[in-house]
Design a protein around this ligand. Structure first.
Ligand code: ZN
Length: 147
């Protein structure tokens, strides 16, 4: 399937040159930063949350083409979703958009840094807005088990 691989490759290059939802939200409700030292990817995700829905999401930072493309796709998937639906986003949802299901283990962290940052941001927000401390611990576990 060389043809498909070429198309995906072009999509990834396009996103890395013109990332979607790139920038900052000055009056964000939550922001989170993390990095992947193996490659040098480093991103921040800002979210605006209203009525348990992600009304706006932007990211900034530096990353390789895979990191930038995956973060772009993830912000596009997340925007407008309810927090419950954001919790359900899985790595497959991003990887399949870009034809990266068979990515080498070394590069998988480039692809999934975005998801880790997004989930950590979500858990940070929920922890601030939840009374139940057991629930918060569970959320943190979920975030740290992503990779
Ligand atoms: Zn990378």
């Amino acid at each position: 399937m060389t043809g498909n691989a070429d198309i995906y490759h072009e999509i990834i290059i396009d996103y890395s040159r013109n990332p979607a939802n790139f920038g900052k939200i000055e009056n964000h409700d939550v922001t989170f930063h993390d990095s992947n030292p193996l490659c040098g990817d480093s991103i921040d995700i800002d979210m605006k949350i209203d009525d348990n829905k992600v009304t706006d999401i932007k990211f900034h930072g530096n990353g390789c083409a895979i990191c930038m493309a995956c973060t772009s796709v993830l912000t596009e998937i997340t925007k407008g979703k309810s927090l419950d639906d954001v919790r359900k986003i899985e790595k497959h949802d991003i990887l399949s958009e870009l034809g990266l299901e068979h990515l080498q283990a070394v590069r998988i962290k480039c692809a999934l840094l975005s998801l880790k940052v997004l989930k950590s941001a979500l858990y940070t927000y929920l922890a601030d807005h939840m009374d139940d401390s057991q629930g918060v611990d569970k959320l943190k576990e979920e975030a740290s088990s992503l990779y």
